[in-house]
Design a protein around this ligand. Structure first.
Ligand code: GDP
Length: 309
């Protein structure tokens, strides 16, 4: 991508899209196109075609998606499968029809089988059953990958698919019903500290292991891959290390400065037992994350306090 190339960031208000937009601006890309949800309904095919016909972007970051944590996914499975299928199908097809030079599709680590060998390699895709709590979302993302590959094969497009691990950072969703674990725990510990509450409830057993990548590192990796990776094969983006939910809870508790107890609510689901990505493919290309988890949580906590409290 040259600095004057026309780049469309789909989903620029979201956690991932806003980080990609910040990164593009910081790197001096001067011709970035965005549309808010109100301006362009990505589930509407005609609107999406019209947008691509008028704007003719050269590069597309497909970061628009319906996303949510374990509870949101299991409560609204129909919404998750429908919206994601529509958004990605419309954009991928429009990118082909209107001659986009390269598209980067954001997948997710939940596309891998629930009991995939750890760390999870790219080739483990479609080798086993998925985690049921987010299967509809994962199936939609798998369709997106297969669609990019099919278009590359049949039409000679250059559509790449990247699989980020669990993400966090500024712009995260802190709604306790729909958020992922890391922002939820920042909020829970902060509110408990302010209220002087004796304990904080953490869902599940605390034993599942998760890997966390700061969204600014993800954005950096996405630009790196847009400029350095041309293959239909999917590629993982992560940090290569994980920790238990209990360890994460203790780390956040310490950063927030909460002095009470942690109580595990085992009536809530654990989800998949472990989800650590094998990032050797990406690391072999020369990319590395820069933000340590502790520093990332600290700055995300500051962002939360400035924007939510
Ligand atoms: P997942 O990675 O797709 O399973 O999604 P989440 O980030 O929502 O959950 C990760 C793990 O954190 C699961 O084992 C949850 O049960 C656990 N967890 C503990 N406390 C919370 C919480 O307050 N909110 C959420 N979303 N998950 C929590």
């Amino acid at each position: 991508m040259h600095k004057g190339a026309k780049v469309y960031v789909a989903g620029h208000k979201g956690l991932v899209g806003s980080a990609i937009l910040r990164k593009l601006q910081a790197e001096g890309y001067s011709n970035i196109v965005t549309r808010t949800h109100q301006e362009l309904d990505l589930t509407n095919q005609q609107e999406v075609y019209r947008f691509f016909e008028t704007e003719r972007p050269e590069y597309v970051f497909l970061a628009a998606a319906k996303v949510g944590g374990i509870l949101a996914n299991s409560t609204y499975p129909a919404v998750f499968i429908r919206e994601n299928l529509l958004i990605q199908t419309n954009i991928i097809d429009a990118a082909y029809r209107y001659g986009v030079k390269k598209l980067l599709f954001l997948g997710s680590s939940c596309i891998y089988p629930k009991f995939a060998p750890q760390p999870i390699k790219e080739e483990h895709l479609l080798t086993g059953a998925l985690e049921p709590t987010n299967e509809p979302y994962a199936i939609a993302k798998i369709v997106g990958i297969k669609m990019c590959q099919a278009y590359n094969k049949q039409y000679g497009t250059n559509f790449i698919s990247v699989m980020p691990t669990n993400l966090y950072g500024p712009g995260d969703n802190f709604d306790l019903e729909t958020s992922h674990v890391l922002p939820a725990l920042i909020r829970k510990f902060h509110e408990a500290k302010v209220a002087g509450a004796p304990h904080v409830v953490v869902w599940g057993s605390g034993t599942p292991r998760r890997e966390f990548l700061h969204v600014d590192d993800l954005a950096d990796a996405c630009l790196f891959l847009m400029n350095n990776y041309d293959s239909s094969e999917i590629i993982n983006i992560g940090v290569g290390k994980d920790l238990t939910i209990a360890e994460l809870a203790n780390l956040i508790k310490e950063i927030v400065g909460y002095k009470g107890e942690i109580v595990f609510d085992t009536s809530k689901p654990d989800g998949t037992p472990r989800k650590l990505l094998d990032v050797s493919k990406l690391f072999n290309l020369g990319w590395r994350p820069r933000i340590r988890l502790e520093d990332g949580i600290r700055s995300t906590y500051e962002w939360y306090m400035q924007n939510y409290t």
